[in-house]
Design a protein. Sequence first.
Length: 547
Amino acid sequence: MAILLKKTIKGTDYWYLVESKRIDGKPKQIIIEYFGNTKKFTDTLLNNRFENAVLKSYSHGDTFALMRIAKKLRIENILDNSFKSQTRDNLKRSRSLLLIALQRACSPGSKNELHSWLESTTLPHDLDISTKKITSQHFWEQMNDITEDELCEAEDAITKTVLENYNFEIEKIALDYTNYFSYIDTNNTRCTIAQRGHNKQKRNDLRQYSLALITTQDIGLPLCSHVYEGNTNDQTEFLTYFNILKRRIPNYDSDKMTITFDGGSNNKVNFKAIDTHYICSFSLSSCKQLYNYNLSEYEELKINDDTVMVYRTQERIWDQNRVCIVTYSGSLFKGQLKELNKDIGKAIEAITTLNAQLSNSKSRISKLRPDINSKIKNILSKSHLKEIIHTEAIGEPIVEIVKFYINHDLKDDIVYKFFGKKLIITDRTEWSTYEIIKTYREQDCIEKIFRDSKNNEHFSVRPQFHYTNQKIRVHIFCCLLGLTLATLLYKEVAAHGFNEMSKIQILNTLSKIRKCWIKDKNGNNATYIFEQMSTTQSRLWDIVNSI
């Protein structure tokens, strides 16, 4: 592999064509050709060596690395076996879907943009494909007629192959949900999964669809996905998805498996249906007696680089004895206190505004006591405000003023008793407190996946311009396939001791590894050389070539 190298000696740049070789086990750069200083090199390019040549460079590293992973897993064979055979423009359906997945991982964009993205990479050359007819219509047609059962079959086959080739622990898995807003028209009746609901990106004005996901807890490998209606809440969907994952997770064993999920899935019906071990958060308001333990009774627990205050006990919750661990976090305490002070400030401002309206003879608000009491109740609706802010409406039946004062002593008692605390429950009675807390915290791997899936530069589910249930499900499949390939690339890189970079940083660094194409204008022969790599790029490139 030859690269172009620049050396600066006493302020002058000199250019060399070098090749990296191992001598006595150590990498060394061997000079193949010396071009002289920048002026001589430029003259050579323009007037002599390449006077009749065409030069152009393409992004190479990221797509090449992901394709290495895809070939190792035989992704195209899996897709061929799972989906009905279809070839368009000399491309099999499996390759077209893989190209979509690569675009979602490297540079998310519409199907219209996929053609131009392909032409900016070395993929057409590496895969020996012509991009002339690879339009958006091509990809839309290749996504047609794929059923949900076929998507599940392909996803399960990929998961099985990954677990056969890589060492992942699946006895601990994480479950969570998210949703994605879309611009699907309100009057579109063909799409039933896009519904209005509480959107996590604050776009409640748009229709959305939801995604439930199961991942490993070490580096967050997607194992099993489920797309469903955007107006279905987590508690309702939990049982449906739980029964799905029991069928689809390879070698599912309820006695060995431990599933971690957040408190949004908790209710009596769901807990009765869980036939495996679990760790989850739980509302402390349902176990208020646990607030009564003084912080001096908590013990310190060191988890990674963080010190956590914990109190462990057992309580009967919903007719079952469960291990209860209350954790105390100083950062959570500060955040909750800040929020309380903000709520108090807003309440005082609202009461002051109300008094101004009461004193204004031209105000049109109702000043009758029941109506004013209702307004006061609404103003103090946030947690703890009714206890902390004491109010008195003066005047009967017409209220003249609302007097109030803040009970600071009671506020301090509430803050000390309730703030900074979180409850985690489990049936793993034999596990140590350290193992329970560590396993619960590892659930953040799935949160990182959801953040990645909303990252505009890599992995993003949006933009998506599909308007039917079937197309949306295929689209999500391709997005998760791209994320899976990138996750495995990260695992390969980390296995070589290079674990200081994230998936996104790895792809960004590799994307800057470019191939330069040199072709004589009057002939068909072409030469490819790599642009000069940085030290980090060289290290990553060696790892990629070892896959």
